[in-house]
Design a protein around this ligand. Structure first.
Ligand code: EPZ
Length: 416
């Protein structure tokens, strides 16, 4: 298995360009199942998760061609509305095909996606919402089936602003009869991007980005040529890397308004952040300051940046308190950071991190995609050499991370 070898202590200088958002590309690719016309999607990141989602929609019948960061997808006359189990196990987000399949083909069959390193990842909110729109949902032998004679618009209140449930229900409602109103929806920028894509197909959706979304059912969704938003988590990860390793870097092509909570916390830790026309510049302080931080649904501090900010806290001056309120089991990276000399105590969803003067290199293993990013940041900061195993997790959400960090001056290599 591949692993990364990092010699820490090098300053990062220069500029980096952010790729398209993984968590916008995945639902939009699922939404293409609703379209009767050709779709072109631009600024699609070249990531393992995107490759698997392309395999999923291809297995369902769509024709998918990739040309660099552009995806061209043609509709299929016949759809096989069942996701192969091995693909569902690789990518939980393949559950995003449930809404489109039900909405356009009135049936889906998916294997129950396994939990993963960060939690059990239930889908009760997705299924409850689809049932409220007139779907008959059955679960047996590890599979979930949904069928309907035709979805009908209704009013749905989400018990929790789930990103995936909001996306599945938006997509299902686009072709339903009548109007659907979703309350207590997720407000992430990726939800707004999905709304804009669906409206480009001919949908009539408004309110994404707020806590109520109104979807007026239409008869048909055609094709579209669409460019997705930049990846706010990739941008945040690079900013955190510079803040921790030390340096002065411009992160280009990102939208600062998608990152306000992250920028606020990095500033509170002592980083100097300048918003420029072409990106965000971060200059690191001599030493970071400890802070308190709690992950929340957007626009709160994103859970997908929690591991990265924990890495920074390990060497910040003082004691930090970090609360993970979104996922029940997203602290696995703490044990790996301890192997590098971090002083972290975990009590349920609360982590208390006493900053140490420096981490020292060692061998660590990533358990999920953002934990992998956190361990890379720790390796960049640590004295000596760090080996990071589990690079496959990294490649799910970051395109050639080590190559792009090398370009900024990091001493990091992939070994096989
Ligand atoms: C999306 O996952 C993202 N994935 C995750 O990013 C991100 O961490 C998460 O949103 C939260 O922001 C994609 O967009 C592909 P949720 P999703 O439904 O939709 C509970 C990454 O690193 N819940 O908002 O699965 C759930 O257990 C990934 O790129 C229910 O209880 O997240 C969790 O505790 C990791 N029932 C919380 O809600 C449900 O039916 C948030 O989950 C659905 C969710």
């Amino acid at each position: 298995m591949a692993y990364l070898v990092i010699n820490g202590g090098r300053r990062l200088e220069g500029s980096i360009t952010v790729n398209g958002a993984k968590n916008a590309a995945l639902p939009i690719m699922a939404a293409m199942l609703l379209a009767t016309g050709e779709c072109t999607l631009r600024r699609v990141p070249r990531l393992q998760d995107v490759t698997v989602m392309a395999q999923v929609i291809r297995a369902l019948g769509l024709q998918v061609e990739r040309e660099g960061s552009t995806l061209r997808v043609s509709p299929a006359p016949v759809i096989t509305p069942a996701v192969p189990a091995e693909l569902m196990r690789q990518l939980r987000a393949s559950n995003l095909v449930m809404g489109p399949l039900l909405g356009r083909h009135r049936y889906f069959r998916v294997p129950y996606p396994g939990g993963c390193a960060i939690g059990s990842r239930p889908m009760d909110l997705h299924l409850k919402g689809l049932a409220a729109m007139g779907a008959e949902i059955t679960e047996s032998q590890g599979f979930i089936e949904g069928r309907t004679t035709g979805l009908k618009g209704t009013v749905i209140y989400l018990d929790f602003p789930s990103v995936g449930a909001t996306e599945n229900l938006m997509m299902a409602a686009t072709l339903a009869e009548g109007v659907t109103v979703l309350h207590n929806t997720a407000r992430e920028p990726e939800i707004v991007d999905l709304q804009n894509f669906l409206n480009a197909l001919g949908g009539r959706i408004q309110g994404a980005g707020q806590d109520t979304i109104r979807i007026e059912g239409v008869r048909e969704l055609k094709g579209a040529d669409y460019r997705i938003i930049p990846d706010r988590v990739e941008a945040g990860t690079f900013l955190a890397a510079v803040a921790g390793a030390g340096g002065d870097v411009l992160v280009r092509d990102c939208q600062a308004e998608h990152l306000l909570a992250v920028l606020a916390k990095l500033t509170e830790m002592g980083a100097q952040i300048t918003l420029q026309r072409d990106g965000i510049r971060l200059q690191s302080p001599p030493r970071l300051r400890a802070i308190d931080c709690k992950t929340l649904p957007y626009p709160g501090f994103p859970t997908d940046m929690q591991p990265q900010v924990m890495a920074l806290m390990t060497v910040a001056e003082g004691t930090s308190v970090l609360v993970e309120s979104i996922f029940e089991n997203r602290f696995k990276h703490a044990a790996e950071l301890r192997r590098l000399g971090a002083d972290i105590k975990i009590e349920g969803r609360v982590a208390v991190i006493n900053g140490v003067p420096a981490l020292s290199g060692g061998q660590v293993e990533a358990s999920d995609l953002r934990a992998a990013a956190a361990l890379v940041i720790a390796g960049l900061m640590a004295e000596g050499q760090t080996w990071v195993e589990g690079v496959g997790h990294l490649d799910r959400g970051y395109e050639q991370l080590e190559v792009r960090l090398q370009a900024l001056g990091a001493d990091i290599k992939r070994q096989f």
